[in-house]
Design a binder for this molecule. Structure first.
Ligand code: PLP
Length: 289
């Protein structure tokens, strides 16, 4: 039996879940989303994800359709279907349906709320250690990359261009600075210092990014939130990309050239062990701050 999805107040089979062709998410990409990992049946960093959802909604002038407790109830019921497994929840809120296709929206519009969970097989440490290849690309996106908007065409094309070049991720360059990936945040290690670009409207405030910074702080790994120039990127000892479902992956090749010694670096090894420990704790039902 297929799992049920949540759509506008009901749990229904995915085949039965239908949205209207007048939905503004479909017509304009007018909506926001979240991806929340689940380990051993426990939602990871739910508060952080729901806070970011609130921020994204606020930025696009939408009310949050649910309180924290309501969201938690919906997502707990959704994920309970797959028991104590690892999962990834996709959650999307669009502005809703309007009969007339007009960029401006009416005041009385009702949002479309959708959530689905799927089994997740997180990469093993060994798989992560294999690393990824990345290419740099000029960032063609808008000035509101801090919003987790469903309008992802630039990211889709960047991933496609990266794949064409035999890479798994594109690193965006804006005004001479490396900001983030098409689907992840960026870290470098230079002379043992972990560096990630500061939060701004040029990048998504990634939850994994936040966790990595917190783990660095708690475990005495020197870190800084500072700009990363293309020269910094080229001469980095280590480059990592972070995201909720792929966690923290070392980049072993940048634009066809090896990064550092060409293997996963020692700071990455340390961070990966800390991240894995955090997931293990959650899987046992222990509180993860
Ligand atoms: C553009 C972009 N930056 C960063 C991230 C990482 O965010 P998170 O760690 O919350 O998954 C993502 C994740 O999808 C993303 O799409």
């Amino acid at each position: 039996m297929s799992t049920q999805v949540y759509l506008n107040g009901s749990f229904v089979a995915v085949e039965e879940a239908k949205i209207s062709v007048t939905d503004r998410g479909f017509l304009f990409g007018d909506g926001v989303y979240e991806v929340i990992p689940v380990y051993g049946g426990y939602l990871f960093k739910l508060q952080h994800h729901l806070q970011r959802l609130r921020n994204s909604l606020q930025e696009i002038h939408m009310d949050n359709p649910h309180t924290y407790d309501e969201w938690k109830q919906i997502l707990t019921r959704l994920t309970a279907q797959l028991g104590h497994s690892d999962q990834a929840v996709y959650l999307q809120v669009t502005r809703g349906c309007t009969d007339v296709r007009d960029h401006a929206w009416p005041a009385d519009i009702e949002p479309t709320i959708y959530a689905r969970t799927k089994l997740l097989t997180p990469p093993s440490s060994q798989q992560k250690r294999q690393g990824i290849h990345a290419v740099t690309l000029d960032d063609p996106r808008w000035q509101h990359c801090n919003i987790k908007a469903i309008t992802l065409l630039a990211n889709v094309l960047a991933r496609h261009e990266a794949a064409d070049a035999g890479a798994q991720e594109a690193i965006f360059i804006r005004d001479g600075l490396a900001t983030e990936g098409a689907i992840s945040n960026l870290f470098i290690v230079k002379d043992k210092l972990l560096i990630t670009p500061p939060q701004s409207d040029s990048l998504l405030p990634g939850i994994t990014r936040e966790i990595v910074l917190e783990l660095a702080k708690l475990n005495g790994i020197p870190y800084a939130e500072a700009s990363i120039s293309t020269a910094d990127l080229r001469t980095a000892d280590e480059i990592w990309m972070s995201s909720s479902t792929r966690e923290v992956l070392p980049v072993l090749q940048l634009n066809g050239e090896p990064v550092g010694s060409g293997v996963a670096g020692e700071v990455w090894e340390k961070m990966n062990a800390l991240y894995e420990a955090c997931k293990q704790k959650l899987r046992k039902g222990e509180a993860v701050s």
